[in-house]
Design a protein around this ligand. Structure first.
Ligand SMILES: *[C@@H]1O[C@H](CO)[C@@H](O)[C@H](O)[C@H]1NC(C)=O
Length: 322
């Protein structure tokens, strides 16, 4: 009898132990599931833009406000001590735009990163003095002037090509080529960095492909037929790794030269050639129109922020020819 009681006690002990373990396991898995759910719901409310597309068909990110976590991104790029080369072309009367674009860049563009501005101009004496933050510098490059703005636009590719080969390829990790007749209005940071970066043109965002102002004459190297094309990219922003941007500007420059020899000028000059290039060499990151808006355009609801915008200007007054 005593033997039986002993065994019963042992069994009760074992059964309670196992039951306890099971209860603890059930509780633990419940708790961790709950933690994970909390994490997921936090992530999805924080990083979601159901109103716009945040990836291309080739799975490149399209950068929109509220669709990225800047803390995570800065934690990736800050320790790399990167330098971002940035070019502006300020020929003739366009020098008047330098002050605003540089001052606003100091407030909003790649703040906390090393930035090297390269200003191309035929009027170096008229480049304004702008106070630059720590780790930021400016180099003025004297260029010859031109009587036609189309010519200036055509030669930009060639000048960027030379700058990258001579200097940027060894000195910078990324490059942005930006239009000078513009201004920064809000944060533009490391979320914009990528191997090859293009921007969606404000005026063509959401319009059908047939309305894109691609070059439609087959005689031009920039020709894109009506049933092709992904987006209409703005020529005012080109970015990426220096070697990738070098390949882009070299290809566009060569195609511009072929067109010139054939006495044809693409409808939007270098922008037409850029669109052709991006059709066959897809950008690895696409910036939303937040990164290239137009001061003349109203702000639809999907535009939560305007970061960079082309300023209103009187073309007749600033261009050497209409
Ligand atoms: C960051 O890079 C610059 C130039 O590229 C260099 O002069 C500087 O020493 C670097 N800083 C650190 C902390 O590595």
């Amino acid at each position: 009898m005593g033997n039986f009681t002993m065994r019963l006690r042992q069994n009760v002990f074992l059964i309670s132990l196992i039951a306890g373990l099971l209860l603890w396991l059930v509780y633990f898995s419940y708790a961790s599931t709950r933690l994970r759910l909390v994490y997921f719901s936090y992530a999805s409310t924080r990083l979601s833009r159901p109103d716009v597309s945040t990836t291309t068909k080739w799975l490149a990110p399209i950068v929109w406000e509220d669709a990225f976590d800047l803390t995570v991104i800065d934690n990736i790029y800050k320790p790399q001590n990167i330098t971002v080369a940035t070019t502006f072309f300020a020929l003739g009367k366009y020098v008047r735009f330098l002050k605003d674009v540089l001052e606003s860049a100091e407030q909003h563009f790649m703040v906390g990163y090393r930035v090297h501005y390269y200003v191309f101009t035929d009027l170096p004496d008229e480049v304004p003095t702008v106070t630059l933050g720590e780790g930021r510098q400016l180099t003025v490059i004297k260029t010859s002037s031109s009587n036609r703005w189309q010519e200036i636009s055509l030669r930009r590719m060639e000048m960027i090509e030379k700058l990258i080969e001579d200097e940027v390829i060894n000195k910078a990790d990324y490059i942005f080529c930006l239009d000078v007749d513009s201004k920064f209005y809000a944060h533009w940071g490391a979320e914009s960095l990528g191997d090859l970066v293009g921007v969606l043109h404000a005026w063509f965002f959401g319009t059908s492909r047939d309305q894109f102002t691609y070059e439609r004459r087959p005689e031009s190297q920039a020709y894109i037929p009506f049933n092709e094309g992904d987006y209409y990219y703005g020529g005012a922003v080109i970015g990426g790794r220096p070697d990738k941007v070098l390949k882009l500007v070299k290809t566009c420059r060569m195609n511009l030269d072929v067109d010139r020899a054939n006495k044809i000028e693409a409808v939007w000059q270098e922008e037409s050639h850029l669109n052709k290039y991006f059709l066959y060499n897809k950008p690895t990151k696409v910036l939303s129109p937040e990164y290239l808006w137009d001061d003349r355009k109203g702000k639809p609801s999907f535009m939560k922020v305007v970061r960079f915008s082309q300023v209103e200007k009187n073309y007749a007054e600033i261009r050497p020819n209409p």
